[in-house]
Each structure stands twice: as structure tokens, then as C-alpha cells.
Write a protein that binds this ligand. Structure first.
Ligand code: FES
Length: 102
């Protein structure tokens, strides 16, 4: 594991998603009731930016065609998306969220 700092914990409030670029990789960071999850920030359907989407009940709705992904697993749960989005391990250390891009 190669953990690297990605954000301060107070940058993404509970129920919010925010987009980052870490080592040139677009990453969406989600805060689900204080627990953080990260996925690749590009929709697997037609390249929309997932962090511009709508987060509810642990799922991100793509802003372009309203495909749904489970942000905990990356699973594509509702069309038109049928390819899962990559997830990344994250953990909190002090006031920082760390991510492993490996
Ligand atoms: Fe995301 Fe089409 S680009 S559902």
C-alpha cells in the first residue's frame, strides 16, 4: 500500500462528493455520514465527471445520463451504466484523508 494525503477531512462534508486530481488521476471523494470512499471520477458510460453528480443513499448519480454507481463498491447499479467504476482504498489519519492509488 502506498498511502498519500488527498484531502483534509473537513473539505468534504457528510453527504457531499468532491473531485480531486491525484497524480493526474481524477478521483471523486465521498463522505457518507463521516465515512470516506473514493472512486475514479470519470463515468464508465460516456466520460462524465461523477463528482458533478448527485449523491444519495450511498450512490452517485451521473450528471449526464443519470446512471447510478454504488460508491462503496463501484458497482454499476442502474443503466445506462453497465461497467463498474474503479474504487480506491481511503483511510483517515488525524485530519487527513489518505488514498492508495496502487
Ligand atoms: Fe454517465 Fe452516461 S456518462 S451515465
Amino acid at each position: 500500500m502506498a498511502w498519500k494525503p488527498m484531502a483534509r477531512v473537513d473539505e468534504v462534508e457528510p453527504g457531499e462528493v468532491k473531485g480531486y486530481r491525484i497524480d493526474t488521476i481524477p478521483v471523486a471523494l465521498y463522505n457518507l455520514d463521516g465515512e470516506f470512499f473514493a472512486t475514479h471520477d470519470t463515468c464508465t458510460h460516456a466520460q462524465a465527471c461523477l463528482s458533478d453528480g448527485y449523491l444519495e443513499d450511498g450512490k452517485i448519480e451521473c450528471p449526464l445520463h443519470q446512471g447510478l454507481f454504488d460508491v462503496r463498491t463501484g458497482k454499476a447499479v442502474s443503466g445506462p451504466v453497465d461497467v463498474d467504476v474503479k474504487t480506491f482504498p481511503v483511510r483517515v489519519e488525524g485530519d487527513e484523508v489518505l488514498i492508495d492509488l496502487a
